[in-house]
Ligand binder design. Structure first.
Ligand code: GLU
Ligand code: ZN
Length: 502
């Protein structure tokens, strides 16, 4: 039987790290096994605030981002369509009706008030909360009367009152739950929408799902889900619960720790391959190897259910940054520049690209003044960049309108632009640099060495003030590459401004 797995998110907002991992693990498992990866939208909970229709697009975007594209899903369709549960309500309703006929489910007419009062009393008496199964035992006449009166009802599963349900988790082994402690789960709501339990079991069957890989927050409700499969007479797919993701402080991962949602990671500038590599190691390992860096084909080749851990996975932000830095360093410069451009635009450091309807002159100017400049500048920071968003801080001084002392780091100014030899130094540099025939890092360095010898200054005594005068700060890429990238005009202008105001 060939593997068919599904990623079954609910559109409740921006996908979080747990969703991303579930999607990626299912995708890898399907690819490894030569099986089918399905994405199915579980959108039957319409509670305001929990139903975020636009979230669908982000779910989709996250899979595209990683290149973990489903073989069948709501975007392209597939042989098990529909992949959006709300498009298939009659199917779940038929399933529920069949269960009622077979006396495996029943209609419950209890009002919200009654259920609330019951709950309050259970809580007051320190009892476990749950439905008291009153309507399970209604007589034929009572039921008929309720129907005749038009009282709305939900459909509940008639949980077996005795015995045990065993969740056979492929990683954790058998976990046994007592049936009498399980609630008579609602399967169909008054609005005709199924609950998660009914829709999930019905679709896993309909779609021929062989394995369920999902977060372990679903483990405790697994016995109820299994009982829905059993009641419907459907085989239960193999189950794998992925371990909890925790922060470095061992607490459940949350916003306090850092980025947790897909868009946060994208905004901060993680490369798809870095994030994919990192997420794969959240609860999975390749075995004996102590290796951390894997290409996607390597991940597909090695991925196995046996490699999944049952212990919580620590989300180490430092490791993610390190990994991202690794992938940024290995990036083709053009790709890196392309990925950095939106950050520079958003920060207002470079203008938007001209539209295709713009004049050739405009396009040419943009290419020379903006793109060529960006192309010189960004590779200078490729070694140091750990997140794309850092580009704004790393290269901002190349683009910002520095106007000494505005935009200059105060400490840097105090330390290096107050030296007694500043003015003669800058004047000499302006003179020598202006006359340079060749504007290359090598020529700039040679000229600067001559200047420092001529003024009997140590090379460092020249380098530091020059860097601060031109960049406004003390750290950055190599000075002569910086000057080269900046170009003659910008360099001289900045030197002049500082010199005049020194
Ligand atoms: N709709 C559930 C979720 O949002 C799916 C749980 C499952 O995979 O069974 O995660
Ligand atoms: Zn009831």
């Amino acid at each position: 039987m060939s593997v068919r797995v599904r990623y079954a998110p609910s559109p409740t907002g921006s996908p979080h790290i747990g969703n991303l991992r579930t999607a990626i693990f299912n995708w890898l498992f399907a690819r490894h096994a030569g099986g089918t990866f399905i994405a199915r939208l579980e959108d039957t909970d319409r509670t305001p605030g929990r139903y975020v229709p636009e979230g669908i697009y982000e779910l989709e975007a996250s899979m595209r981002f990683f290149g973990a594209l489903p073989d069948e899903w709501w975007v392209y369709g597939g042989e098990s369509a529909p992949y959006i549960q709300s498009h298939n309500l009659p199917y779940y309703q038929l399933c529920a009706e069949r269960l009622i006929r077979e006396e495996k489910a029943y209609r419950c007419y209890c009002t919200r008030e009654r259920l609330d009062a019951m709950r309050t009393e259970q809580q007051a008496r320190g009892l476990p909360t749950g439905y008291d199964r009153r309507c399970r035992h209604l007589s034929e006449e009572d039921r008929a009367r309720n129907e005749a009166e038009g009282i709305t009802s939900v459909v509940r599963l008639a949980m077996p009152l005795e015995g045990y349900t065993v969740v056979k988790d492929e990683i954790r082994g058998d976990i046994t739950y007592e049936n009498r402690l399980q609630d008579d789960q609602v399967l169909l709501k008054t609005d005709g929408f199924p609950t998660y339990f009914l829709a999930c079991a019905a679709d896993d069957h309909r779609m021929g799902i062989t394995h369920i890989l999902r977060g372990d927050d679903w483990l405790s409700s697994a016995p109820k889900l299994i009982q829905v499969f059993v009641a419907l007479g459907f085989d239960v797919p193999k189950m794998v619960h992925l371990p909890l993701i925790i922060g470095p402080d061992k607490k459940k991962l949350s916003k306090r720790h850092g980025a947790t949602q897909f868009l946060d990671f994208v905004d901060q500038g993680y490369l798809p391959e870095a994030l994919m590599n990192f997420i794969c190691l959240l609860g999975w390992s390749a075995g004996d190897e102590n290796r951390e860096l894997f290409t996607v084909p390597e991940l597909i080749e090695r991925f196995s259910i046996e490699g999944i851990s049952e212990h919580p996975a620590i989300f180490d932000y430092e490791k993610l940054k390190w990994m991202n830095g690794h992938y940024i360093r290995g990036c083709e410069p053009g790709r890196l520049i392309g990925m950095c451009l939106p950050y520079l635009r958003k920060a207002g450091l470079i203008p938007e690209a001209p539209l295709s309807s713009a004049s050739d002159d405009e396009k040419e100017t943009y290419r020379i003044e903006v793109l060529d400049y960006v192309r010189r500048v960004i590779p200078l920071e490729q070694e140091r960049m750990k997140m794309l968003s850092e580009v704004v801080d790393l290269v901002g001084f190349f683009f910002a309108e520095l106007d000494y002392p505005n935009g200059y780091e105060e400490k840097a100014v105090a330390k290096w632009l107050k030296v007694p030899y500043l003015k003669p130094l800058l004047e000499k540099q302006i003179e020598v640099y202006s006359a340079l025939a060749e504007w290359t890092p090598e020529a700039l360095e040679a000229a600067t060495r001559e200047i420092s010898e001529g003024l009997t200054l140590k090379f460092a005594e020249v380098i530091h003030p020059t860097r601060v005068a031109v960049t406004g700060r003390t750290v950055g890429p190599g000075l002569f590459e910086t000057l080269w990238a900046m170009g003659k005009e910008r360099t001289i202008t900045r030197l002049k401004t500082v010199s005049e105001r020194a």
